[in-house]
Design a protein around this ligand. Sequence first.
Ligand code: SF4
Length: 67
Amino acid sequence: MAQKLVVNLDKCIKAGECYYNHPKLFKVRKDGFPDVLNANPGEAALIEEAEGAIAVCPSQAILWVEA
Ligand code: SF4
């Protein structure tokens, strides 16, 4: 089943690790929260980046959900 990359804004603390380190996947909004730019990264390299973002998010706010 396909998966989609999402950010739980209720958990996000705006630390910025995701959008500073993974600009192909996230961008910062005016309010400091991230937007997901590419929720379905098909390339292996981007999927690996997404896994990296999930691993370093300090509030465990980034996750895969069923698309
Ligand atoms: S790394 Fe996590 S806490 Fe920081 S802005 Fe991204 S989602 Fe929010």
